[in-house]
Write a protein that binds this ligand. Structure first.
Ligand code: UDX
Length: 431
């Protein structure tokens, strides 16, 4: 079993560290945030991620998972060094590599002889070279090993991946990194670092394109009177298309798709190729936010002016508490700008937290502690995130508390016959 330092204990780093320790490796996770490390040492997991707290607890108990402040303190004892630091989008659209370079600079002098440094962060094509240059160590190999973890299912995505991609010019280092995954049943693909980095961006941008395509088809379905649920079902039977990532919605978001799609367009531009296809994918997504917002605006009967829209769901998808680049927030920015008051409920964003106001101070909306409190006096109700509990709403209760009778279901979560039977008007996506 190997010794692995994880530099950066965000959602990728913590999942990677906890999963590697579960596979039997000795893992030390490092972060610059001393408070976060103290909480992790006490077994407190700061993010909502299914199964992660159990693995952290298991790792702490077995002694195979430790947490320290400072990258150098972790790296001086280890053979593998996973860089899992953020690469946010800089003002010019390109990824900001300053955290990555700082982490590499911090560990450069303490790395034991013949260590392997692994880039797990999503980094622009060519970053493996940047890390190697900052390290300045000819005895240390730098390898790309991109992550394909979805928030909410990151642990199972790590332990049961579709594939493991390793990018390395050094065959021996690639084999050593591949061996870390020996207990995982998945194809392991070894390629050069530039191809590995491109695989990551191309995968995310392709999935985002699939979603923009499906959302555009949903718009077409509304125009021609087709039912998008049946259309995507019929498409998905074709194994060349596949069933996944065909659910239309209010637009796609999250901390990866928007950032990575824009970054890939930028990488192409820098390389002298105008990848205008991606500009259109992004534009269709903006259109989808606009269209969804218009449905919410239209759902307010002018006779009930002054009354609010009750919104269910703020996070970028169900099963996470993440509000970054959430389609729901994008839609609500437009609704609030149109002068419509909003009261929202989300099971992962409680009124006593100040998170929403801190992240989006310009977005003036009320928070409620359950769907019926949000709907109290509302002109209409809109589902923007597909939390399972919203599929089981009590429409008799909603009819009692709401002033209006309009439902906008931007995730096609409901069976329309149920609200309609109670006298509600139902509007979904593409049906
Ligand atoms: C994504 C990638 O899936 C993952 O492989 C990568 O490493 C990180 O980015 P994540 O951001 O967690 O993961 O979310 P994902 O489940 O992919 O959803 C992204 C967005 O697409 C969400 O807004 C989601 O609601 C939307 N979506 C997804 C749809 O609208 N319809 C679908 O059918 C699937």
């Amino acid at each position: 079993m190997a010794s692995i330092a994880i530099i950066g204990t965000g959602y990728v780093g913590l999942t990677t560290g906890a999963c590697f320790s579960h596979l039997g490796h000795d893992v030390i996770c490092a972060d610059v945030d001393a408070e976060k490390i103290a909480r992790l040492q006490a077994g407190e997991v700061p993010i909502v991620e299914k199964g992660l707290d159990r693995l952290v607890d298991e790792g702490i108990r077995s002694g195979k998972l430790r947490f320290v402040v400072g990258a150098a303190n972790a790296s001086k004892e280890c053979e593998f060094h996973y860089l899992c630091v953020p690469t946010p989008q800089g003002a010019d659209g390109a990824a900001d590599l300053s955290y990555l370079e700082a982490a590499a600079a911090e560990i450069a002098s303490v790395l034991p002889n013949k260590s392997v440094v692994v880039n797990k962060s999503t980094v622009p094509v060519g970053s493996t070279r940047v890390v190697a240059r900052v390290l300045g160590r000819s005895d240390v190999a730098v390898v790309s090993n991109p992550e394909f973890l979805r928030e909410g299912t990151a642990v199972s995505d790590f332990l049961q991946p579709d594939r493991v991609v390793i990018g390395s010019r050094d065959q021996e280092a690639a084999i050593r990194v591949a061996a870390l995954y020996s207990r995982i049943a998945a194809p392991i693909m070894v390629t050069d670092p530039v191809s590995a980095e491109t695989i990551k961006y191309a995968s995310n941008a392709f999935l985002a394109s699939k979603l923009s395509f499906v959302n555009a088809i949903a718009t077409l379905c509304e125009k021609v009177g087709a039912d998008v649920n049946d259309v995507v079902l019929g498409m998905g039977y074709d194994t060349r298309i596949g069933r996944e990532f065909l659910r239309p919605g209010p637009g796609w978001g999250g901390s990866c798709f928007p950032k990575d799609t824009k970054a890939l367009a930028r990488i192409a531009e820098d390389a002298g190729y105008d990848f205008h296809f991606l500009d259109e994918v992004l534009r269709v997504n903006q259109d989808q936010f606009d269209r969804t917002a218009q449905k919410l605006i239209d759902s307010v009967d002018p006779a009930l002016s002054g009354s609010h829209v009750a919104v269910l769901g703020l996070t970028f998808k169900a099963g996470t508490d993440d509000l970054r680049d959430s389609p729901s927030i994008e839609v609500l920015k437009r609704v609030v700008a149109a002068g419509i008051p909003v009261t929202a409920y989300d099971p992962a964003v409680l009124p006593r937290e100040n998170r929403l106001a801190e992240m989006y101070p310009e977005l003036k909306i009320e928070l409620a502690s359950d769907p019926y409190a949000a709907a109290d006096g509302a002109a209409s109700l809109a589902i923007l995130t597909e939390w399972d509990e919203f599929a089981w709403l009590d429409f008799d209760k909603l009819a009692e508390v709401m002033r209006g009778r309009n439902i906008v279901d931007a995730r096609n979560l409901l069976d329309p016959t149920i609200p309609r039977r109670r006298g509600f008007t139902y509007r979904g996506v593409g049906r």
